[in-house]
Design a protein around this ligand. Structure first.
Ligand SMILES: NC(=O)c1ccc[n+]([C@@H]2O[C@H](COP(=O)([O-])OP(=O)(O)OC[C@H]3O[C@@H](n4cnc5c(N)ncnc54)[C@H](O)[C@@H]3O)[C@@H](O)[C@H]2O)c1
Length: 284
């Protein structure tokens, strides 16, 4: 496929005609916006039709309503990514309704409950965390690639798996409370590389967008419960992860990074871990 990247008047990051599945397109309850929601809104503003999947379907529908209110196109699909059949249904629905899939963003996370007194977690909770943070990502990569392989052209699809610096940086020591999250995200990093290699011949790219502290409802709530502090203290602790004094980012910084990875402009980038973390992993 020929690209017109050198044209002065071309529209950058144009997703017109593309269908982008965002898994985790709703958001956790609470004030603020989630990364999946911001990514969905921004991709729709750039012309994509959005398939908004989430276990919290009411929240995914709110994202759809926000997109439609701006004149964009989107619909919601309920799915619990801990279940393989739900992952499959997301992509079956997208193919049946939209006829194609060009982009997939896996923006899901869970921190299963644990007992901070005894630093213990049930096996069921541990496994659920791994299933959501890692195994669901594997299935969504596999099923998304299966759809993208059907597209024509040299670049047939782009997969963006949202990871966390918790997968490479341990601030808390050996703490069972974050293990299903940190291990799951470390696995997600590997899944990205495997997908990139396995599907390169089919023209499919896969990249990890590894986030540092982002002001989202989930992060605020989790930081409060992990450290047992109030909202202001949680925001301060969250920002302090970034030693270079950049504070934390908003969901829009991550949305613009995801937009680049979804768009054809990033067609030479695959299998990479892009650290969007204000230098948090650079200076400890
Ligand atoms: N906010 C941060 O500081 C931060 C830092 C690093 C990484 N991240 C990553 O960003 C991504 C989005 O998180 P966020 O902070 O924007 O929170 P968020 O609450 O907006 O997004 C998480 C979404 O995942 C959905 N979800 C949870 N379990 C699910 C399941 N079983 N099936 C389907 N959907 C499920 C939730 O309903 C929610 O909509 C996650 O991958 C998270 O790990 C966030």
């Amino acid at each position: 496929m020929a690209f017109d990247f050198d044209r002065k008047d071309r529209t950058a990051f144009d997703l017109s005609g593309k269908v982008v599945v965002v898994v985790g397109a709703g958001q956790s309850p609470g004030p603020g916006m989630g990364n999946g929601r911001a990514i969905s809104i921004l991709a729709a503003r750039h012309g994509a039709e959005i398939v908004a999947a989430d276990v919290n379907v009411a929240s995914a529908r709110e994202t759809v309503d926000l997109i439609r209110a701006e004149g964009g196109r989107a619909y919601a699909v309920p799915a619990d990514v801990a279940k393989k059949e739900d992952c499959q249904r997301i992509f079956d629905t997208a193919m049946r309704t939209s006829g194609r899939v060009d982009g997939m963003v896996y923006s899901v996370a869970t921190n299963p409950p644990f007992d901070s007194e005894t630093n213990s977690m049930t096996v069921e909770n541990f496994n659920y965390g791994i299933n959501v943070n890692m195994l669901g990502c594997y299935y969504c990569n596999l099923f998304a690639a299966g759809c993208m392989e059907k597209n024509d052209g040299d670049t047939t699809g782009s997969i963006v798996n949202i990871s966390s610096i918790a997968s490479v940086k341990n601030e808390l020591g050996l703490n069972i409370g974050i293990m299903p999250y940190a291990l799951g995200k470390a696995g997600l990093n590997q899944i990205t590389e495997l997908t990139a290699v396995q599907f390169a011949e089919a023209g499919i790219r896969a990249n990890t967008l590894m986030l540092g502290p982002i002001d989202s409802a989930l992060a605020n709530r989790e930081t409060q419960s992990l450290f047992g502090v109030d909202a202001d203290e949680a925001a301060a602790r969250h920002s302090e992860v970034v030693k270079l004094r950049m504070g934390r980012a908003t969901v829009w910084e991550s949305a613009y990074a995801a937009l680049y990875l979804l768009a054809d402009e990033s067609r030479f980038m695959t299998g990479q871990q892009i650290r969007l973390d204000g230098g948090a992993t650079l200076v400890r």
